[in-house]
Design a protein around this ligand. Structure first.
Ligand code: NI
Ligand code: MN
Length: 220
């Protein structure tokens, strides 16, 4: 499985013939590693409706016939554009061609009337990924420990999401094998040192932190 960090909370996860694009905020992000037209994902997962997450979803999905996974309010909205969608909501687990997608909580707003933000637990190949989206720290993250998460993608930027201290606590609750931090340094308000986060996690917890710059990738 190849994990490519595209900047902010955007990741491309590729395994076999499947490529999953998470929260593709590329246009309008000067640090984004790719342009929308460079991507051809089979699936796009959208955690919530804020523009720094739904981003270029419509354009990319239209061009590539990608299936968009999101909560009901967002799939309703984008399906009007003629896009293929798979709707779900918190607690639901959907079997897919590549494994499964389970919708989990996030403590955050969505930017779409009536909608709420979510996170995703994704099984792909032999790996289980937790993509947190935008969220505060919340104690129900402790439930993820039983999911035996291999890789957690967690925001550390503060102001709009968890900051470093709370994200370290989230790692303790989730207990994943590996963490990649996201949602920091895109703009001044969310400036953070990811290596400080790495140092704090690896000092006390049995989890490895991989810091990626936009455009960098790791084989997992
Ligand atoms: Ni947000
Ligand atoms: Mn955000």
């Amino acid at each position: 499985m190849l994990i490519e960090y595209l900047g902010h909370s955007a990741f491309l996860v590729t395994h076999d013939k499947y490529s999953l694009l998470f929260d593709p905020f590329l246009s309008g992000n000067s640090l984004a590693a790719k342009k929308p037209e460079e991507l051809n994902p089979t699936h796009i997962l959208v955690s919530h409706g804020h523009s720094d997450h739904i981003g270029d979803t419509v354009e990319i999905a239209k061009k590539n016939n990608s299936i968009v996974y999101s909560t009901f309010e967002i799939t309703e909205m984008v399906s009007k554009e003629g896009i293929k969608v798979q709707s779900g909501n918190i607690g639901g687990k959907i079997s897919t061609e590549f494994g499964s997608v389970k919708y989990f909580r996030a403590i955050h707003s969505s930017g779409v009337p009536g909608g709420i933000a979510c996170s995703f637990i994704v099984e792909i190949g032999d790996n289980k990924i937790f993509f947190a989206g935008d969220t505060a720290l919340f104690y129900d993250m402790k439930l993820l420990e039983a999911e035996k998460i291999d890789l957690a993608l967690l925001p550390i930027g503060s102001v709009f999401t968890m900051g470093i201290d709370d994200a370290v606590k989230a790692v303790e609750f989730i207990s994943p094998k590996t963490v990649i931090p996201m949602h920091y340094n895109t703009f001044p308000a969310i400036k953070q040192d990811p290596y400080e986060f790495k140092k704090m996690v690896e000092k006390d917890l049995n989890t490895k932190v991989i810091v990626l710059d936009p455009g960098q990738s790791v084989n997992y």
